[in-house]
Design a protein around this ligand. Structure first.
Ligand SMILES: [Zn+2]
Length: 339
């Protein structure tokens, strides 16, 4: 997520992917979930919602494990153009292959190149792309995405980017596995963008050089920072510029396993998130989007955005809620006319 005005309350700290994975499905009020995510914070923390029975089942241990792997110091903050970014990317390609996604025409990697400043040398990177073909109308494509890069090392400190955006990246892997096992009606193109932190470069390159006809892309669901919020709140932006998304999101509010808030998609300034992450590239091409993300927290774009600070219960329930939106969108776009 590119920079925006900072507002935030205090947060507790936890340790260890396994312990956290266990906290994913812990009942609210039990030792694991309470102590790990909310007890140290102020009385404002909302009780997590329980009703998620109808939501897609996600492998919580792998979800948390993947986030820890991507946000480990050994990935050195995954800055575009670095060996560690390439290492993260190679692992992600391996995961797409393991899950059984089909590579779009050009393969799992889509090389990108861009100039950061006038006259500067090209910066190179690559997006990671994979498909689950639709069973009923495969010619229509929904892009489900998240950026995997982060800002790297600054002044000798590693910015691990656990929430920004190892959380969205691991969530895309989890949803790819779910929909591989539960084939959708329309084709889902799972995309992990590079160089978001350098100006949405990976997503912009994709829209300018799409591996499928741009007109066949009916919607984008983009995730950026989805693993922690003391009020148990997840935002969904996009219903204002794309009213066809509103009934889907309002229905989702009723079955969400977190508190879903619609907004941050009108007006100007930092309160409008439309162009603050990769959905902005799709919006520029007038492709309807839904962006999922949380309000800023104290570790945003700081070296303290570490895996130990995510909230596993919230994260797990947020990902299941987002997967449920993708499921509903897959059904709904059948009735959408050509874009
Ligand atoms: Zn981000």
């Amino acid at each position: 997520m590119t920079m925006r005005g900072l507002r935030f309350p205090l947060l507790a700290v936890v340790t260890g992917a396994t312990a956290l994975a266990a906290a994913c499905t812990a009942k609210p009020g039990s030792a694991t979930s309470a102590t790990s995510a909310t007890s140290a914070t102020s009385a404002t923390a909302a009780a997590p919602r329980l009703d998620g029975a109808a939501l897609p089942a996600i492998d919580s241990t792998r979800l948390i494990g993947d986030l820890f792997r991507l946000a480990d110091d050994s990935m050195a903050g995954r800055a575009t153009g670095t060996p560690e970014n390439a290492k993260a990317r190679a692992w992600l390609v391996g995961e797409f292959r393991r899950i059984g996604l089909a590579p779009p025409g050009g393969g799992y990697e889509q090389p990108i190149a861009f100039q950061r400043r006038e006259g500067a040398d090209s910066t190179r990177g690559a997006n990671v792309l994979g498909l689950v073909r639709g069973t009923r109308d495969p010619a229509r494509v929904i892009v489900v995405s998240a950026h995997f890069d982060h800002v790297g090392v600054r002044n000798g400190e590693i910015f691990n980017g656990a929430d920004d955006n190892a959380s969205g990246t691991a969530a895309v892997l989890a949803m790819a596995a779910y929909f591989r096992a539960h084939p959708p009606q329309h084709t889902l193109l799972f995309a992990l963008w590079d160089a978001e932190e350098m100006g949405l470069q990976g997503a912009r390159w994709f829209v300018a050089h799409p591996p499928v006809p741009l007109a066949s892309i009916v919607a984008n669901v983009n995730l950026d920072m989805v693993s922690r919020n003391v009020a148990d709140e997840l935002y969904a932006a996009g219903a204002a510029p794309y009213p066809q998304m509103r009934p889907l999101l309002e229905a989702l509010e009723g079955r969400a396993a977190v508190t879903l808030r619609l907004g941050h998609d009108t007006g100007s300034g930092s309160e409008n998130w439309t162009d603050q992450s990769d959905q902005g590239a799709f919006h520029a091409a007038r492709i309807p989007f839904v962006y999922f993300g949380v309000e800023d927290h104290p570790d945003y774009h700081r070296p303290t955005d570490d895996p130990s600070r995510i909230q596993p219960g919230f994260y797990y329930r947020a990902v299941r809620t987002i997967a449920s939106l993708v499921q509903a969108l897959d059904v709904a776009v059948s009735d959408w006319g050509a874009r």
